[in-house]
Ligand binder design. Structure first.
Ligand code: DX5
Ligand code: ZN
Length: 245
Protein backbone atom coordinates (compact mmCIF):
# COMPACT_ATOMS: atom_id res chain seq x y z
CA UNK A 1 0.00 0.00 0.00
CA UNK A 2 1.12 3.59 -0.47
CA UNK A 3 -1.38 5.35 1.80
CA UNK A 4 -3.62 4.49 4.74
CA UNK A 5 -6.92 2.88 3.72
CA UNK A 6 -10.11 4.75 4.60
CA UNK A 7 -11.69 1.72 6.17
CA UNK A 8 -10.42 -0.40 9.02
CA UNK A 9 -8.48 -3.46 8.03
CA UNK A 10 -5.60 -5.58 9.19
CA UNK A 11 -2.25 -4.13 8.13
CA UNK A 12 1.02 -5.85 8.91
CA UNK A 13 4.14 -3.69 9.20
CA UNK A 14 7.43 -5.45 9.85
CA UNK A 15 9.94 -3.61 12.03
CA UNK A 16 13.39 -3.95 10.53
CA UNK A 17 15.18 -3.17 13.78
CA UNK A 18 16.46 -6.70 14.29
CA UNK A 19 17.23 -7.37 10.64
CA UNK A 20 20.72 -7.34 9.15
CA UNK A 21 20.83 -3.57 8.73
CA UNK A 22 23.68 -3.75 6.24
CA UNK A 23 21.09 -5.36 3.96
CA UNK A 24 18.23 -3.02 4.82
CA UNK A 25 16.75 -2.69 1.34
CA UNK A 26 16.99 -6.43 0.61
CA UNK A 27 15.51 -7.38 3.96
CA UNK A 28 12.69 -4.86 3.53
CA UNK A 29 11.93 -6.09 0.04
CA UNK A 30 11.93 -9.69 1.20
CA UNK A 31 9.23 -8.90 3.78
CA UNK A 32 7.22 -6.83 1.32
CA UNK A 33 7.40 -9.64 -1.23
CA UNK A 34 6.13 -11.89 1.56
CA UNK A 35 2.99 -9.77 1.74
CA UNK A 36 3.73 -7.05 4.32
CA UNK A 37 1.49 -3.98 3.95
CA UNK A 38 3.93 -1.32 5.12
CA UNK A 39 7.33 -0.81 6.75
CA UNK A 40 7.74 0.32 10.35
CA UNK A 41 11.07 2.16 10.65
CA UNK A 42 12.38 2.56 14.19
CA UNK A 43 14.24 5.81 14.67
CA UNK A 44 16.09 6.20 18.01
CA UNK A 45 18.22 9.08 19.23
CA UNK A 46 20.05 7.56 22.22
CA UNK A 47 18.26 10.06 24.47
CA UNK A 48 14.53 9.36 24.48
CA UNK A 49 15.51 5.67 24.47
CA UNK A 50 18.85 4.09 25.37
CA UNK A 51 19.66 2.96 21.83
CA UNK A 52 20.64 4.38 18.44
CA UNK A 53 19.36 3.28 15.08
CA UNK A 54 18.80 5.02 11.77
CA UNK A 55 17.80 8.53 10.73
CA UNK A 56 16.43 10.32 7.69
CA UNK A 57 19.55 9.88 5.50
CA UNK A 58 19.17 6.10 5.66
CA UNK A 59 15.41 6.28 5.15
CA UNK A 60 15.94 8.46 2.09
CA UNK A 61 18.24 5.82 0.56
CA UNK A 62 15.72 3.12 1.40
CA UNK A 63 13.00 5.16 -0.31
CA UNK A 64 15.11 5.37 -3.46
CA UNK A 65 15.25 1.58 -3.48
CA UNK A 66 11.62 1.04 -2.52
CA UNK A 67 9.51 3.69 -4.23
CA UNK A 68 5.88 3.01 -3.44
CA UNK A 69 5.49 1.40 -0.05
CA UNK A 70 3.98 3.16 2.98
CA UNK A 71 6.76 4.16 5.40
CA UNK A 72 5.86 4.60 9.07
CA UNK A 73 8.71 6.32 10.95
CA UNK A 74 8.48 5.49 14.64
CA UNK A 75 10.25 8.47 16.15
CA UNK A 76 11.69 7.47 19.52
CA UNK A 77 13.37 10.85 19.87
CA UNK A 78 13.33 13.64 22.43
CA UNK A 79 12.56 16.53 20.10
CA UNK A 80 10.08 15.17 17.57
CA UNK A 81 9.47 18.66 16.14
CA UNK A 82 13.06 18.73 14.91
CA UNK A 83 12.86 16.04 12.24
CA UNK A 84 9.45 16.58 10.64
CA UNK A 85 10.64 18.21 7.43
CA UNK A 86 13.67 15.97 7.06
CA UNK A 87 11.52 12.87 7.37
CA UNK A 88 8.98 14.23 4.90
CA UNK A 89 11.85 14.95 2.50
CA UNK A 90 13.11 11.39 2.96
CA UNK A 91 9.76 10.05 1.77
CA UNK A 92 8.13 9.10 5.06
CA UNK A 93 4.32 8.73 4.91
CA UNK A 94 3.50 8.52 8.61
CA UNK A 95 5.33 10.40 11.35
CA UNK A 96 4.71 8.55 14.59
CA UNK A 97 6.03 10.47 17.60
CA UNK A 98 5.70 9.99 21.33
CA UNK A 99 3.43 11.91 23.66
CA UNK A 100 6.08 11.64 26.37
CA UNK A 101 8.50 13.68 24.23
CA UNK A 102 6.11 16.65 24.05
CA UNK A 103 4.57 19.29 26.30
CA UNK A 104 0.92 20.35 26.38
CA UNK A 105 2.12 23.59 24.73
CA UNK A 106 3.94 22.16 21.71
CA UNK A 107 1.97 19.02 20.88
CA UNK A 108 -0.66 20.81 18.78
CA UNK A 109 2.07 22.57 16.81
CA UNK A 110 3.79 19.27 16.13
CA UNK A 111 0.56 17.73 14.83
CA UNK A 112 -0.07 20.75 12.60
CA UNK A 113 3.48 20.68 11.19
CA UNK A 114 3.27 16.98 10.37
CA UNK A 115 0.03 17.60 8.46
CA UNK A 116 1.54 20.60 6.67
CA UNK A 117 4.42 18.34 5.61
CA UNK A 118 1.82 16.04 4.06
CA UNK A 119 2.34 13.07 6.35
CA UNK A 120 -0.13 11.08 8.43
CA UNK A 121 0.05 11.71 12.15
CA UNK A 122 0.82 8.80 14.47
CA UNK A 123 0.89 9.39 18.21
CA UNK A 124 2.50 6.81 20.46
CA UNK A 125 2.40 6.14 24.18
CA UNK A 126 4.80 4.11 26.28
CA UNK A 127 3.50 1.39 28.61
CA UNK A 128 3.47 3.73 31.63
CA UNK A 129 1.35 6.43 29.96
CA UNK A 130 -2.44 6.20 30.47
CA UNK A 131 -4.49 6.26 27.31
CA UNK A 132 -6.75 9.02 28.59
CA UNK A 133 -3.71 11.33 28.44
CA UNK A 134 -4.25 11.47 24.66
CA UNK A 135 -8.05 11.32 24.70
CA UNK A 136 -8.56 14.92 23.56
CA UNK A 137 -6.04 14.58 20.71
CA UNK A 138 -7.49 11.56 18.97
CA UNK A 139 -9.74 13.48 16.61
CA UNK A 140 -6.68 15.35 15.31
CA UNK A 141 -4.55 12.33 14.49
CA UNK A 142 -4.64 9.33 12.13
CA UNK A 143 -3.05 6.53 14.13
CA UNK A 144 -2.59 5.78 17.83
CA UNK A 145 0.43 3.63 18.64
CA UNK A 146 0.15 1.58 21.81
CA UNK A 147 3.55 0.27 22.88
CA UNK A 148 3.47 -3.27 24.21
CA UNK A 149 7.11 -3.14 25.32
CA UNK A 150 9.31 -0.35 26.68
CA UNK A 151 10.64 1.30 23.51
CA UNK A 152 14.32 0.85 22.76
CA UNK A 153 14.93 -2.74 21.76
CA UNK A 154 13.48 -5.52 19.66
CA UNK A 155 12.87 -9.01 20.95
CA UNK A 156 11.19 -8.10 24.25
CA UNK A 157 8.19 -9.79 25.86
CA UNK A 158 4.68 -8.63 24.89
CA UNK A 159 2.86 -6.79 27.72
CA UNK A 160 -0.70 -8.08 27.52
CA UNK A 161 -1.84 -5.56 30.15
CA UNK A 162 -1.65 -2.88 27.43
CA UNK A 163 -4.69 -4.41 25.71
CA UNK A 164 -6.96 -2.48 28.10
CA UNK A 165 -5.82 0.68 26.33
CA UNK A 166 -6.61 -0.83 22.93
CA UNK A 167 -10.06 -1.99 24.10
CA UNK A 168 -10.84 1.46 25.44
CA UNK A 169 -9.80 3.12 22.18
CA UNK A 170 -11.70 0.67 19.96
CA UNK A 171 -14.81 0.98 22.10
CA UNK A 172 -14.82 4.75 21.72
CA UNK A 173 -13.59 4.82 18.11
CA UNK A 174 -15.13 1.68 16.60
CA UNK A 175 -14.56 2.66 12.96
CA UNK A 176 -12.43 5.66 12.38
CA UNK A 177 -9.22 5.15 14.23
CA UNK A 178 -6.24 3.09 13.18
CA UNK A 179 -4.80 1.45 16.30
CA UNK A 180 -1.22 0.27 15.92
CA UNK A 181 0.56 -1.95 18.40
CA UNK A 182 4.27 -2.52 18.66
CA UNK A 183 6.47 -4.86 20.66
CA UNK A 184 6.65 -8.62 21.14
CA UNK A 185 3.96 -9.46 18.60
CA UNK A 186 4.06 -12.94 17.09
CA UNK A 187 1.62 -15.68 16.11
CA UNK A 188 0.86 -16.39 19.77
CA UNK A 189 0.33 -12.81 21.01
CA UNK A 190 -1.54 -11.61 17.91
CA UNK A 191 -4.82 -13.06 19.25
CA UNK A 192 -4.86 -10.69 22.23
CA UNK A 193 -4.23 -7.78 19.87
CA UNK A 194 -7.00 -8.87 17.51
CA UNK A 195 -9.59 -9.40 20.25
CA UNK A 196 -8.83 -5.99 21.72
CA UNK A 197 -9.42 -4.32 18.34
CA UNK A 198 -6.00 -3.35 17.02
CA UNK A 199 -5.60 -3.24 13.24
CA UNK A 200 -2.03 -2.10 12.50
CA UNK A 201 0.41 -4.73 13.65
CA UNK A 202 4.12 -4.12 13.99
CA UNK A 203 6.15 -7.30 14.22
CA UNK A 204 9.94 -7.32 14.32
CA UNK A 205 11.95 -10.28 15.45
CA UNK A 206 9.13 -12.79 14.90
CA UNK A 207 8.91 -11.99 11.18
CA UNK A 208 12.61 -11.40 10.66
CA UNK A 209 13.46 -14.79 12.10
CA UNK A 210 10.60 -16.67 10.48
CA UNK A 211 11.40 -19.17 7.75
CA UNK A 212 7.91 -18.69 6.34
CA UNK A 213 7.26 -14.98 6.65
CA UNK A 214 4.66 -15.07 3.86
CA UNK A 215 2.48 -17.56 5.73
CA UNK A 216 2.94 -15.78 9.06
CA UNK A 217 2.02 -12.38 7.61
CA UNK A 218 -1.06 -13.82 5.91
CA UNK A 219 -2.13 -15.58 9.09
CA UNK A 220 -1.64 -12.46 11.23
CA UNK A 221 -3.72 -10.39 8.81
CA UNK A 222 -6.46 -13.02 8.72
CA UNK A 223 -6.71 -13.12 12.51
CA UNK A 224 -7.00 -9.34 12.67
CA UNK A 225 -9.50 -9.12 9.79
CA UNK A 226 -11.67 -11.89 11.16
CA UNK A 227 -12.03 -10.09 14.46
CA UNK A 228 -12.78 -6.78 12.80
CA UNK A 229 -15.33 -8.37 10.43
CA UNK A 230 -17.18 -10.43 12.95
CA UNK A 231 -17.18 -7.55 15.38
CA UNK A 232 -16.06 -9.99 17.99
CA UNK A 233 -14.30 -7.15 19.68
CA UNK A 234 -14.11 -7.85 23.33
CA UNK A 235 -14.75 -4.28 24.39
CA UNK A 236 -16.07 -4.85 27.85
CA UNK A 237 -14.32 -2.54 30.25
CA UNK A 238 -14.04 -2.86 33.97
CA UNK A 239 -14.68 0.87 34.32
CA UNK A 240 -16.98 2.03 31.57
CA UNK A 241 -17.20 5.71 32.43
CA UNK A 242 -13.61 6.70 31.93
CA UNK A 243 -10.42 4.85 31.31
CA UNK A 244 -8.34 4.33 34.40
CA UNK A 245 -5.51 2.52 32.65
C1 DX5 B 1 10.85 -1.16 20.09
C2 DX5 B 1 10.47 -0.90 18.67
C3 DX5 B 1 9.67 -2.01 18.03
C4 DX5 B 1 10.28 -3.36 18.16
C5 DX5 B 1 9.57 -4.43 17.40
O1 DX5 B 1 11.40 -0.02 20.62
O2 DX5 B 1 9.67 0.25 18.60
O3 DX5 B 1 9.29 -1.66 16.72
O4 DX5 B 1 11.63 -3.38 17.88
O5 DX5 B 1 10.31 -5.60 17.49
P1 DX5 B 1 9.77 -6.91 18.21
O6 DX5 B 1 8.59 -7.37 17.43
O7 DX5 B 1 10.94 -7.82 18.16
O8 DX5 B 1 9.40 -6.54 19.62
ZN1 ZN C 1 8.61 0.61 16.73
Amino acid sequence: MDSLPNQLKGLIGPSILNADLSMLADESRRLLDSGADYLHLDVMDGHFVPNLTIGHPVIKCLRNNIPKVYFDAHMMVSEPERWINDMAGAGVNQYTFHKEATTSENIHDIIRKIKEADMKVGLGIKPGTPVHDIGDLINDIDVVLIMTVEPGFGGQKFMSGMMDKVRWLRKHYPQLLHIEIDGGINLATIYDCAHAGANMIVSGSALIQSKQANKDIEQMRQIIDENLRNKKLNIQLSNDQHCSH
